[in-house]
Design a protein around this ligand. Structure first.
Ligand SMILES: [Fe+2]
Length: 202
């Protein structure tokens, strides 16, 4: 029998997004998010004053890769806007679309934005102490609608995988999370959304 994985203690730091005890980290800069936001002129303006620091980063713990293994981590997203849209992650559908995911708010105010492949959208607010249970078969991304960093703890099956192309091919997610004139956030339909490709459900 192969050696079994060892348990680990993980200590998330909600301020920095660090995950003490974790095993991986990746980060995204604004420049790497070209095409994510609808307002190209606003994106160019944001790039012109960008210092190249990461706009979001993920630290996670994967101790095993077989069926049933979990990846647990912290996702941290700086606040900001590009045009009317709030700062967001690229978003994805799990490569094995039936895989669910849990998010738990650690800091800041965010929205977990979700699309089903047949045209439903959901936007659920997440704040410290609130969990959002994302079932399988929903495209999902995090949006920071507050003035502070948004930090969430997440957990998904390690072999779920991520399809990052699906959203770009569809012209973006079906719904935009935008600033209201009088403050706060709201959702509006994305006029560029063309529907998700057939065959996205494996
Ligand atoms: Fe996910």
């Amino acid at each position: 029998m192969a050696a079994i994985a060892q348990p680990v203690q993980l200590r998330p730091d909600a301020g920095s997004g660090a995950l003490d005890g974790g095993s991986e980290r990746y980060e995204k800069t604004l420049r790497e998010l070209a095409g994510l936001y609808r307002d190209d002129a606003a994106f160019e303006r944001a790039l012109a004053s960008d210092d190249g620091a990461p706009v979001y980063w993920v630290e996670s713990s994967t101790v095993d890769r077989g069926p049933g293994a979990l990846t647990v981590g912290v996702s941290t997203l700086e606040p900001g806007r590009v045009g009317r849209e709030y700062a967001m992650t690229r978003g994805h559908l799990h490569g094995k679309a039936e895989h669910a995911e849990l998010y738990y708010g650690l800091a800041g105010t965010g929205v977990i934005l979700m699309d089903s492949l047949d045209g439903e959208s959901r936007a659920i607010e997440i704040t410290p102490g609130v969990a959002v249970h994302v079932p399988g078969h929903w495209v999902h991304r995090s949006v920071n609608v507050g003035a502070e960093r948004l930090a969430t703890l997440f957990c998904y099956g390690t072999d779920a995988g991520q399809d990052y192309q699906l959203i770009a091919e569809a012209g973006g997610m079906a719904t935009l999370v935008v600033a209201r004139e009088d403050g706060g956030w709201t959702t509006v339909p994305n006029p560029d959304h063309r529907g998700y490709r057939a065959g996205a459900v494996l």
